[in-house]
Design a protein around this ligand. Structure first.
Ligand code: UVW
Length: 340
């Protein structure tokens, strides 16, 4: 164990509460007991896939810096290592083999944001000058190293998604059915709206739970058939209001381990205007990823699960959703699975 790596910790953060070297944040609350409780939500054993096909949304209109997957294949002999006849290696072999590789933007489609995804300029060392800092005081340029500092060795040496991958990402999901209330209209969901929705569904969120927000956004993306209309998407479906401090306080108190939404950024992006000389442009990301160590899932797909839960008068289920164990990554595609 090392000494903590900060003198100042951000207001509203839990840095150090899970230890000075913690890299999994609120996932520490997902204990074996919580997983056993989650397993009691399995009644029929039916499963639901909660990922979009990873080549959705299609194109890069939703976010210009993320592109759709591109496959490539190694050369082998005169052709490629794809539909390759092993008789070229040994004349008696009758096998035909294929391999592929893919250029995959890890946050293009259904994904987890890791803690290396969003940090903040913050004076953690108390010298009066803000530096690039991430959850629990890990530093940009030393712990999270970009291509501009490549001599240090590129990647998230701390807070990489691999820590999350091996932390047992399996527990109880609670679906909040915002689509039932707001349909596809744009709605800013703050503390009051969220509490009203939980009351309407007569469901609570407990320590160790995964909060899952169904807004209909991913359904709209699927209907757009890989040709997303950015203007329509920007005007559609519910998003959390990251500027609502009561909502952020509730997220702190609720003990939830992650928020998983079927929309682009969980929160409204851009967020409502704020006042001051310096403030986060992604306030919910700031609160969750930077201050509280709460992972965010984005562009998940809930339509069929929501229909089933509605029909059966239930909102809780067992969720299994580990990211890829890809060392040094700040995000990851995920193939979440609900079991009911
Ligand atoms: C952004 O940078 C908007 O990221 P995210 O995919 O986490 O919303």
């Amino acid at each position: 164990m090392t000494a903590r790596r900060w003198v100042n910790r951000p207001e509203g953060s839990n840095w150090g509460d899970f230890g000075p070297d913690d890299q999994i944040g609120r996932l520490n609350l997902l204990t074996p007991e919580r997983r056993r409780a989650a397993a009691t939500e399995i009644r029929t054993g039916e499963t639901f896939a909660l990922s979009l096909p990873l080549d959705y949304p299609g194109g890069n209109e939703l976010f210009s810096l993320r592109r759709e997957p591109v496959f490539k294949h190694e050369k082998r002999g005169d052709g490629h290592n794809f539909n390759f006849r092993l008789s070229h290696v040994c004349s008696e072999f009758c096998d035909v083999v294929s391999d592929d590789a893919v250029l995959l933007y890890l946050q293009y489609s259904t994904q987890w944001d890791g803690f290396g995804h969003v940090g903040q300029m913050f004076d953690a060392d108390g010298d009066g000058v803000p530096e690039k800092v991430y959850y629990n005081g890990y530093r940009g340029g030393t712990d999270i190293v970009g291509p501009d500092d490549a001599e240090r060795g590129f990647g998230a040496h701390k807070l990489g998604i691999e820590n999350f991958a091996i932390a047992g990402v399996q527990g109880r999901g609670v679906l909040v059915d915002l689509e039932a209330t707001y349909g596809r209209q744009r709605a800013l969901i703050g503390y009051d709206e969220l509490m009203r929705q939980l009351d309407a569904q007569n469901v609570t969120v407990e320590s160790g739970d995964f909060l899952c927000l169904y807004t209909g956004f991913a359904d709209l993306i699927l209907e757009m058939n890989r040709k997303p209309d950015g203007d329509v998407l920007a005007r559609s479906c519910a998003v959390l209001d990251g500027r609502d401090t009561r909502l952020l306080d509730w997220i702190t108190q609720a003990g939830l381990v992650a928020i998983c939404a079927d929309n682009f950024a969980v929160e409204a992006y851009p967020a409502r205007p704020a006042v001051g000389d310096s403030f986060p442009g992604l306030p919910l990301h700031n609160h969750c990823l930077f201050k509280q160590g709460i992972h965010l899932g984005e562009l998940w797909y809930f339509a069929e699960l929501a229909q089933w839960l509605r029909a059966n008068g239930r909102w809780r289920f067992m969720l299994t959703a580990p990211p890829l164990r890809l060392p040094g990554a700040v995000g990851s595609p995920v193939m979440p699975m609900a079991t009911v």
